[in-house]
Design a protein around this ligand. Sequence first.
Ligand SMILES: [Mn+2]
Length: 335
Amino acid sequence: MIIILKKQAEEAQINALKKEMTDQGLGIHESEGVNTRIIGLVGDTSVVDMRHIMANSIVENVQRIQEPYKKANRKFHPNDTVVDVSGVKIGGGNFQVIAGPCSIETKEQITEVANDVKNSGAGLLRGGAFKPRTSPYSFQGLHGDGLKLLLEAKKATGLPVVTEIMDASHLPLFEDVDLIQVGARNMQNFELLKELGKIDKPILLKRGLAATIEEWLMSAEYIMAGGNENVILCERGIRTYETATRNTLDLSAIPVIKKKSHLPVMVDPSHATGIREMVEPLSLAAIAAGADGLMVEVHNDPAKALCDGPQSLTPEQFDSMMNKVNKTRQFFETL
Ligand SMILES: [Mn+2]
């Protein structure tokens, strides 16, 4: 981190600022030009609050040289992280597809979809029990009863299960869940992230709908700083001015994340587009961009789905898509 000082900064003020920095355990490297004087901070600056330094009247500007995240940073962890979800590996060349309905509705629905997606090659089963709906009048999920049905489908198929948590107080209900999802709306629920940092279960962290990649990685850092390094990122589209799709899938986030971080990154084309027909082309594009997996909504009767029917594939459509997913992966492996 470098601090650029104002021209009129007095020596006593500069010394006070330097002392403040060395008191935090940082080294100082000074450089004086014709017009500017610069203080370089040497050491772990992830704990330094830039805005606090900016508040000092002798400071013209502050710039970060190093990213504010350490545990999620590829610089300190050059190899890809492979997250093991109850025996199913994701990342570092291990590609997986998570599939299932938006919400768990009935025992028949979740079990039927689970069997279908397993037969088509999905490695994990998804299903929401706690639903963060925009309207309080929309279906909110079956909560604990839904989790029970999801665990029954897990037993029946052997697929590890993925479901969203909305409040840390629900954690005891998630004991047998294999991968806990943090939804887009909770990406910056820092108290929830801190609680998830204390457990050793893998976490699927979706990108917030208006979050920058750095903010997203800082949220991963919250979980990892607590000791839980089993984090998988999931790009699910961001809010832009475009209204033709539900969100705008930011495929460029994949190569950016791959450069900045060692964490696996998956793509959710269902929520990104909100439109069934677009799930397959964007799934294939995500593979081309380097994604470590996909998360796709599949429903046995999308027209009657209690949530996200328009973006849900039928089991037949999912099966046909998986065929193309496998061919696309094989093609990229030959390159
Ligand atoms: Mn959904």
